[in-house]
Design a protein. Structure first.
Length: 280
């Protein structure tokens, strides 16, 4: 596969970054994952807006114009031989290569831009029907979860806790309140309404936050952003998760207890249909 690094398109086997890159040394960078369906990026503008916000929040200067980002994504897709139906574009920007020093290099150095197309296997019909199992976990990450940072150790350890427990994901709680999964947002259904935590520094505002709101409006379901206590998650009628790669999926078991009926619920089914209609 062809990847983009340091201003050039190269075969993956020849692509490299300095060991002094601050992404490697400090995890000092940000990323995006843009899903691609039938060769078309899905909600690219929203992803690029969030990329801009992440860069601004950690004071990395914008390496490219919006037109250049869009062009890069389209060029990468065009250079991918076996496009299949689904893929994702991974974009990463780090603060660049500099002598190891915690403080930002002064004067600033050129940010390192890396991008690639990677395969994306959307959830199979079987997974959609069976639903996912999750465990709850204290959220032990930092307090800037709104930044889509490549410093993902907290998320990596959380996901590994799920693997060790033999489940698919974790649902994290901070001070007794729902935050999010290791790599997804979590949605709670109660009495026919959809709830999610407010968009603040404790969660990554998934691009599916905006999408879920639109889909709920479309199908006439009330959508509320407010703090969700753990008890409300435990007594939910339905739980769902969303991400660029998982789309929307039902959670049917939390800490070995059935969620609601223990099967994917009606609200999930409606949102799933509405989501599918957008990507087809
Ligand atoms: N993860 N929260 C976290 C911590 C995430 O890592 C992600 C996405 C989301 C959902 O955001 P979106 O709807 O924009 O994909 C929420 C990506 C897919 C990843 O790290 O691979």
């Amino acid at each position: 596969p062809t990847v983009y690094v340091g201003g050039e398109f190269l075969p993956l086997s020849r692509a490299s970054v300095s060991v002094l890159d601050r992404g490697f040394i400090f995890g000092d960078g940000i990323y995006e994952v843009v899903p691609i369906y039938f060769g078309q990026p899905f909600r690219m503008a929203e992803h690029l807006d969030r990329l801009d916000r992440s860069l601004a929040k950690i004071e990395i200067s914008q390496p490219m114009s919006r037109e250049q980002w869009e062009g890069l994504v389209r060029d990468l897709i065009a250079k991918t031989d076996s496009q299949g139906n689904c893929a994702m574009v991974y974009i990463q920007v780090t603060r660049g290569v500099a002598k190891r020093d915690h403080a930002f290099p002064s004067p600033p150095v050129k940010p390192t831009v890396f991008a690639m197309v990677a395969p994306m296997v959307p959830p199979t019909e079987q997974v959609r029907r069976a639903g996912l199992k999750v465990i709850s976990l204290p959220d032990e990450r930092w307090l800037h979860c709104d930044i889509k940072s490549v410093s993902l150790l907290g998320n990596v350890l959380a996901k590994q806790a799920a693997v060790k427990a033999g489940v698919d994901e974790v649902v994290q709680f901070r001070d007794g309140m729902l935050t999010e999964g290791a790599s997804c947002n979590i949605w709670v259904v109660k009495d026919g309404k959809v709830y999610a935590p407010p968009k603040n520094h404790l969660v990554l505002e998934g691009i599916r936050y905006g999408l879920m709101q639109e889909l709920c409006e479309e199908i006439g379901i009330q959508f509320l952003l407010k703090p969700v206590p753990k008890e409300a998650v435990q007594s939910a009628d339905e739980l769902m998760l969303t991400s660029a790669t998982k789309e929307v999926l039902p959670i049917v078991e939390l800490d070995a207890q059935p969620v609601g009926s223990g099967r994917p619920g009606h609200v999930y089914e409606s949102l799933r249909r509405a989501y599918d209609a957008r990507i087809q």
